[in-house]
Design a protein around this ligand. Structure first.
Ligand code: SF4
Ligand code: SF4
Length: 55
């Protein structure tokens, strides 16, 4: 699964990239809705801070 860690600076780039609409702002940073994520990995390369990681 892909998750967004605390390095997120809330730029929103990943949300615009996600084909499944699985990323949105959470309480402290952007978050991935695991029920919507299709694990395509597209968001990983989009993030300027490397905050999105596969676990
Ligand atoms: S892995 Fe793909 S589907 Fe999942 S959050 Fe990232 S861009 Fe969206
Ligand atoms: S692209 Fe990275 S820094 Fe920007 S909102 Fe997504 S996780 Fe946060």
């Amino acid at each position: 699964m892909f998750v967004i860690e605390s390095d997120c600076i809330a730029c929103g780039a990943c949300a615009d990239t996600c084909p499944a609409g699985a990323i949105s702002m959470g309480d402290e940073h952007y978050e991935i809705d695991q029920d919507k994520c299709i694990a395509c990995g597209a968001c990983v390369d989009t993030c300027p801070t490397g905050a999105i990681v596969e676990k």
